[in-house]
Design a protein. Structure first.
Length: 337
């Protein structure tokens, strides 16, 4: 492995996870924590088909004043990737998040920041574990970033569509290399696009190739089917949440386009039961945590300090500075319709 991927793996450790209590299915889950354990905690959940490494720049920044905890879901990164006898589900991963924060890193209070598929896991956590959306929740703040959290407005790529189709899933996965996946599918989701010789491309390639990373793609992509069946109920749980929520979107995303964020904001978050805010990052694509990590970290700190402005505004005069679209939530806008 190249230095970046190897360094990320070497700095982490693993714990044992038994989905639904089945000891025969025990998996080794890779995780990392950065920063001082006595600092305010934040948990980061990654997306498809990548890993916790997606957050390496953001985690490094936030770890100066936060305890940053993150892990690789089963089937991703440096965690186990069983090929047979295991069903990859968002709901199981929501249970894994609950297990991780309570049993592995023992967080009494934490903020949650999710991206891509991780958004769906976070929403499943709210729906399946109602305690996380109540005023007494250990979750202090809920950040959602670029992800297709309302599939009717998504713009899935041809590769995703072929991988999702049972008729073409296996042949599509068999025909792609880790390098092709990193450069052709993932590279354009960064702004500017990642060139093939970029160290980040090499790190992505090595992590995608680790273990059975490519072979499990037909199984892991099925989260979109689960997402499609459950998303309205999950978004309604988000609407009913008493946890302050911030939606942050990289504006150049063509796969999870800005219309997804606009819809979720207008339909579920503007009139949420708790304070909410909607920001866009003008210099960022799908992987906003890579494209504008300092700006994203600044928004996290600003949101957690509850010092965000009241009215729509540009955070600074810089062309790529975060833009506050709107604030919402019942304390600002009265009763929900």
């Amino acid at each position: 492995m190249v230095d970046r991927a190897h360094a990320w793996q070497a700095a982490g450790q693993s714990f044992t996870w038994c989905p639904q209590g089945r000891s025969g299915d025990a998996l080794q889950i890779f995780y990392r924590c950065l920063g001082d354990p006595t600092s305010p905690a934040i948990v980061l959940l990654h997306g498809f088909p990548t890993s916790s490494y997606d957050f390496h720049l953001l985690a490094s920044d936030l770890s100066t004043d936060h305890y940053v905890c993150l892990f690789d879901f089963p089937g991703y990164g440096f965690s186990d990737k069983p090929l047979k006898g295991y069903t990859y589900t968002l709901r199981d991963d929501a249970r894994l998040v609950d297990f991780f924060v309570q049993q592995i890193v023992s967080l009494q209070r934490f903020a949650l920041l999710t991206h891509d598929r991780g958004d769906s896991v976070g929403l499943a956590l709210l729906a399946d574990f109602p305690a996380y959306r109540q005023q007494t929740s250990p979750m202090t703040h809920h950040f959602l970033t670029n992800g297709n959290i309302y599939l009717p407005l998504a713009n899935l790529t041809d590769f995703q569509q072929a991988l999702r189709d049972p008729q073409t899933s296996q042949t599509t996965a068999a025909a792609v290399t880790a390098s092709q996946l990193a450069t052709t599918f993932l590279g354009p989701l960064f702004t500017p696009p990642l060139p093939p010789d970029d160290p980040e491309t090499s790190a992505l390639t090595d992590i995608l190739a680790y273990g059975s990373g490519l072979a499990v793609l037909p199984a892991t992509i099925k989260y979109l089917d689960e997402r499609a069946q459950a998303e309205v109920g999950w978004l309604e749980s988000l609407h009913e949440s008493f946890i302050p929520t911030t939606l942050i979107w990289g504006i150049h995303d063509t796969v999870a386009p800005i219309r997804v964020a606009n819809y979720v904001w207008a339909t579920y978050l503007r009139s949420q039961a708790a304070p909410s805010a909607y920001w866009v990052l003008p210099g960022a694509n799908h992987y906003l945590q890579h494209d504008q990590p300092a700006a994203l970290a600044h928004l996290v700190r600003l949101s957690l300090s509850e010092q965000i402005p009241t009215d729509p505004m540009n955070l600074t005069n810089e062309p790529s500075a975060p833009v506050l679209v709107e604030r919402g939530g019942l304390p600002h806008h009265g009763s929900a319709p």
